[in-house]
Design a protein around this ligand. Structure first.
Ligand code: FMN
Length: 183
């Protein structure tokens, strides 16, 4: 089971593509969407929340602190926050578990499970970098959605596919992205 959380940074299409691929591969997913992510979804896509919810096996309300991911007893293989805002990053770095996304991340850290943050902001301030360093030292994967231009992308869609492929690499799921040194 993979828990996917979407927060209000630009790049919501990466999360949507990830959910689509995991669904195609018949991998169960749980989904939490922050309130700010709903705003970004409206700005960056023509999709509605229900379109995204349909891609996940189960969805929880971001304010439902009684939902299963709030507990360490809930079985999870990994949690991916994609995209991850600097606000959610800060909350996680300081153990400020004020909603189901930050609580679930806090739980994943204490249970020593895989937590992957697709952090998105530019430029990065010293506050952002300190928060990332703190979490990286705890084993959290800090993976900004930075393009690899050697794949010679011809479209935004190709860039998104590549980013999703690299996220899948982190959880040991195969994809057919172009790889350096492989023709
Ligand atoms: C269209 C739009 C794009 C945004 N992009 C980013 C971003 O790339 N990175 C970021 O840290 N915040 C970004 N923000 C600001 C966050 O949405 C805001 O800090 C929010 O409080 C984050 O809440 P959340 O972490 O609970 O989703 C953006 C906001 C909007 C409306």
């Amino acid at each position: 089971m993979i828990l996917v959380a979407i927060t209000g940074a630009t790049g919501v299409l990466i999360a949507i593509k990830l959910l689509k691929v995991l669904k195609e591969k018949k991998i169960s997913t749980e989904l939490i969407i922050s309130k700010a992510a709903e705003l970004v979804l409206n700005t960056e896509t023509e999709l509605s929340i229900s379109d995204i919810i349909d891609l996940a096996s189960k969805t929880y309300d971001v304010n439902d602190l009684e939902a299963p991911p709030a507990s360490g007893s809930h079985k999870l293989d990994a949690m991916i926050i994609v995209p991850c805002t600097m606000k959610t990053l800060a909350a996680i770095a300081h153990g400020y578990a004020n909603n189901l996304i930050t609580r679930a991340a806090d739980v994943n850290i204490k249970e020593k499970r895989k937590l992957i943050l697709i952090v998105r902001e530019s430029p990065l301030s010293a506050i952002h970098l300190e928060n990332m360093l703190k979490l990286a030292k705890l084993g959290v994967v800090i993976a900004p959605p930075v393009p690899s231009y050697y794949i010679k992308p011809r479209s935004v869609e190709e860039l998104i596919e590549y980013t999703v492929g690299r996220i899948l690499d982190q959880i040991g799921i195969e994809s057919d992205i172009k790889r350096w040194g492989v023709e």
